[in-house]
Design a protein. Structure first.
Length: 202
């Protein structure tokens, strides 16, 4: 993709994400996460964050380390979604942006499990059916915690796909623990992570 095309695309994406933020009707929301980190997997920018009882995984690809525009959009998207978390505990699916909040994006036709809308699960079997082994750390029988619900959606807008997983844990303490524990999981361990501030990623 040419730099000029990338700049034009990213400008449109920024406007789309701004519209999403302005269009949110969750009056109980507040900006900022409890903790967040950002890393590049060599093919995607990935942001992990937790707020309250929720753990979030954001991914935009293909987006390499030198794709600063893709990185900026991943950060912006993550900020807007986390800001939807209010004081009440809501189902994870309610935190997933509606397609109408993302002008120009479509539900990713390449992902059959989410092309019809938000995919959800409330137990290990359901989560495994959706994301296979990626669900394992959230239901580790050796731990004192486990997820209570998952919401997953993927969007597409040439040349990117954007992936969001929202995990609900039993408590904020459990969300903090899984956020820390995942650093030792093989899925996450090969990424060089940078810690974000209370409201932004570097």
């Amino acid at each position: 993709m040419s730099r000029l095309r990338c700049l034009g695309f990213c400008a449109c994406l920024a406007l789309s994400l701004t519209a999403m933020a302005c269009g949110s009707s969750n009056s109980g929301s507040s900006a900022g996460w409890d903790a967040a980190r950002i890393g590049n997997t060599a093919t995607a920018w990935w942001i992990n964050a937790h707020k309250g009882a929720y753990y979030f995984s954001f991914q935009i690809e293909p987006s390499y380390q030198d794709d600063t525009a893709g990185k900026a959009q991943a950060i912006s998207f993550a900020q807007q979604v986390v800001a939807k978390v209010g004081s009440n505990t809501a189902a994870p699916a309610t935190l997933v942006p509606a397609l109408s909040e993302l002008p120009g994006w479509v539900l990713d036709p390449g992902e059959s499990k989410t092309v019809g809308g938000v995919a959800t699960a409330t137990d290990f079997a359901g989560a495994t059916a959706l994301i296979d082994g990626a669900a394992d750390p959230f239901f580790d029988s050796t731990k004192s915690y486990h997820a209570t619900a998952l919401a997953w959606e993927r969007w597409a807008k040439d040349p990117y796909t954007m992936d969001l997983k929202v995990w609900q844990m039993a408590s904020a303490a459990d969300a903090t623990t899984i956020y820390t524990d995942l650093l030792s999981n093989s899925l996450y361990a090969n990424v060089t992570w940078t810690t974000c501030t209370a409201t932004a990623c570097p």
